[in-house]
Design a protein around this ligand. Structure first.
Ligand SMILES: [Ca+2]
Ligand SMILES: [Ca+2]
Length: 373
């Protein structure tokens, strides 16, 4: 019974039912769970929306093989990465219309409501994610580098998501092609993607998972610090080194040559730097949660806060039980099929004797409960 309690994620302040000392155990019957929808539309307000699609969990080989054309040393060593949880990813780069709706400003050099926002620093992008999280109640984040490459590859092992040839890039990505008027020596004068500077998002072909502009248009900020080759990279849900001085960018831009647009290519910049070649797209956590009534008697006298962690706009607090005047240890995570417990709320230090809570079983201790609802 105690184990069941501590493995529950409890959201205070959301009336669901009242648990108080001495109340009879509610039903243990789980409510039906639902699989994540295949797509997600965020309402940004003022009739502005953002479309995301579900990226499945899975494994892929991150980085490029030693013999890949244009390969850089920091694309290795290749290593298998497991993305253990599905997530939603923006079908498109964040547009200027979306950015302005959330942030109230449009810093872009090349104006166009449907063009990608640029002239945004990593810090700007993170602030956008925080505001959009607050606005939508979802956990909106920058993708990790692994999530980004996994989604870019869409199951492929080739240089690009569509194959190996630079000559085919113009169909899928806006890069420094024949249309580009900057006069750079690396301009590809043999192929024409039709766009000099940024293109409205989705102007070219999508990859096999339905994502547009993963190659070119604007570089895309990822969440983590950059630290060169993957020598010490983790194999499951890697989040990069910590700390560092530069943040990772991926995918190349309208101003780069094809090699920078490859799936494995990496770039990096100081997180305060802005540029007319840099934008971003977002991901939303798609954690699985099963709404379930807590089968135990809960008293406010036997709840306590075990740990506290900031997660976006939310404080995630880990629950413990007090039994016979002593704090009981949390069961080891590996003994609980859904992972460790978390507790989210505003009034947790000294909760009232009787309070309204909503109880979830959570399969991911790093996932704030509300993000999966
Ligand atoms: Ca172009
Ligand atoms: Ca891009």
């Amino acid at each position: 019974m105690a184990k069941t309690l501590v493995t529950a994620v409890i959201v205070f302040g959301v009336a669901h039912w009242t648990l108080a000392a001495g109340t009879a155990p509610p039903s243990t019957q789980p409510a039906p769970s639902t699989q994540p929808a295949k797509d997600l539309s965020l309402d940004l307000g003022n009739k502005v929306t953002m479309k995301l699609i579900l990226i499945p969990a899975g494994q892929f080989i991150m980085g490029s093989p030693a013999g890949e054309k244009d390969r850089q040393a920091d694309e290795g060593p290749q290593h298998e990465v497991t993305i253990s949880k599905p997530f939603y990813m923006g079908v498109f780069e964040v547009t200027q219309q979306q950015y302005e709706q959330v942030m109230g400003v449009n810093p872009s050099e090349f104006k166009g409501a449907k063009n990608p926002v640029e002239e945004v620093s990593w810090e700007d992008a993170v602030e956008f994610c925080k505001k959009l999280s607050a606005k939508t109640g979802k956990t909106v984040q920058l993708p990790t580098e692994a999530q980004w490459e996994y989604a870019c590859r869409a199951g492929t092992k080739t240089r690009f998501g569509f194959g190996d040839k630079d000559e085919d890039l113009y169909k899928y990505g806006n890069y420094c092609d024949k249309s580009n008027t900057n006069g750079w020596p690396w301009q590809d004068k043999d192929h024409n993607d039709g766009f000099d500077k940024t293109a409205p998002v989705g102007s070219l072909k999508a990859n096999d998972w339905g994502l547009y502009d993963m190659h070119g248009n604007v570089w895309e900020w990822c969440s983590e610090w950059y630290a060169g080759p993957y020598a010490n990279a983790k194999n499951q849900d890697p989040t990069g080194p910590d700390p560092g001085s530069c943040r990772v960018m991926r995918g190349g831009s309208w101003d780069t040559f094809p090699s920078f647009c490859r799936s494995a290519d990496r770039s990096w910049l100081d997180p305060v730097i802005r540029g007319k070649v840099i934008g971003f797209r977002v991901v939303v956590v798609a954690g699985r949660m099963h709404l379930r009534r807590c089968p135990c008697v809960v008293s406010t006298r036997n709840l306590g806060v075990y740990g506290r962690r900031e997660c976006g706009q939310t404080q995630v607090l880990t629950l413990f039980l007090v039994r016979r005047g002593r704090r009981s240890a949390l069961p080891p995570a590996e003994r609980m099929p859904w992972g460790r417990a978390g507790l989210v709320g505003r009034k947790v230090e000294r909760p009232a004797r009787s309070f309204h809570i909503r109880v979830y079983l959570c399969n991911d201790p790093q996932t704030p409960p509300e993000s999966a609802l």
